[in-house]
Design a protein around this ligand. Sequence first.
Ligand code: IPM
Ligand code: MG
Length: 367
Amino acid sequence: MTDTLLILPGDGIGPEVMAEVSRIIDWFGDKRGLKFDVSEDLVGGAAYDVHGVPLADATMAKAQEVDAVLLGAVGGPKYDNLDFSVKPERGLLRLRKEMDLFANLRPAQCFDALADFSSLKRDVVAGLDIMIVRELTSGIYFGEPRGIIEENGERVGINTQRYTESEIDRVARSAFELARKRGNKVCSMEKANVMESGILWREVVQRVHDADYPDVELSHMYADAGGMQLCRWPKQFDVIVTDNLFGDLLSDVAAMLTGSLGMLPSASLGAPMANGRPKALYEPVHGSAPDIAGQGKANPIACILSFAMALRYSFDQGDEATRLEKAVEKVLADGVRTADLMQAEGGTPVTTAGMGDAILAALEASL
Ligand code: IPM
Ligand code: MG
């Protein structure tokens, strides 16, 4: 059976970075015999403009059936005043929740060619390779009660942090499994000093470790100290496992260590489907960057590397994923730079499509 891919370019720079990914998907079809049955649909503001909702039911149904979903980005100032329930971000959150994509893998890797771009010193970030595993379907993003209510003559905003043992258990397992294939180290982050959900989190992660992963080195850290340690000496970490909100914050911090948010891919994985593959959605960590949309300034690398993660985690093509990652590394080493990477002197400035051209040329050269 042909592997199926659903592409959701979304808003802002989403469509232009996804256009480069499409060329790369075609290349793997032509040159490596990886044929994908690709369909495309709308998400976010683009879906709202057509359907009045940020994700149509038909799109949701399609996402449930394919082997992997590839998403660009959602959101933009045009949609800022929409009702909360139809904001572009709700489309993405619906995909995550209904596909039950509980394990969000966010690697932060520092390419040697970009080590000077970080706001931190070169020796702090050079060679950095960490993986944040963020819980993605629960916690304060989805907990009830939530809302804005009236109380004693004023409004009160309410959100609820909530985690069940099974939700913590399954994401902890994902982190330990990953760690075994990497540096064999997991650091779990919560706020057990002030939050009951943090106390339970720590307990369950420790229990899963002791029962089934005693060979993996486990440590626990308060999430605020974790943020500090990520800036002080990030290379102490291998895999970090944390909840939805802390993972959102800490993955942005980790992203900055690598020099540019335009570089970082992510995978959101759920339980195995009938064919044994995990439900999966791949997307860049960056947003829709409406300020530079449509100008050829966007860096397509995060989205391209997200497709590399799809090759590895959904299609069992680890060697081809590595080929693509190496092509990106080569292009960066050659000094090819989109606008976000131009802060250092030297380098060849290119447009979004120019970066796509360079990566395709490096792929050709890899044959
Ligand atoms: C992310 C983003 C999203 C989040 C938004 C766009 C809903 O910040 O993927 O990190 O908060 O999860
Ligand atoms: Mg975020």
